[in-house]
Design a protein around this ligand. Structure first.
Ligand SMILES: [Zn+2]
Length: 82
């Protein structure tokens, strides 16, 4: 009888641990009230295209040239001849 109670207690404990783990393993960003205010002002990563080779890259990593945006200074020079 004691063994049965012990087993039940163990199962209950495992259930509690599993519940807390699954709550933690939820992907971040879905339920983070701290970031929700910031994300309204900060635009989500905008992708731009290199005017020379056509590769897509985040806007903040792009090199700005006279004729457009580029993935690197090499491509800006190759495209604009500067
Ligand atoms: Zn390029």
């Amino acid at each position: 009888m004691k063994a049965l109670l012990f087993l039940l207690a163990l199962l209950a404990l495992i259930g509690l641990i599993r519940a807390s783990l699954s709550r933690r393993s939820k992907p971040p960003g879905t339920a983070t009230p701290v970031n929700s205010g910031r994300q309204r002002t900060e635009q989500p990563q905008r992708m731009v295209q290199c005017a020379h080779c056509g590769v897509h890259l985040p806007e903040r990593e792009a090199v700005t040239g006279r004729l457009g945006l580029y993935c690197s200074t090499e491509h800006r020079q190759a495209h604009e001849g500067a």
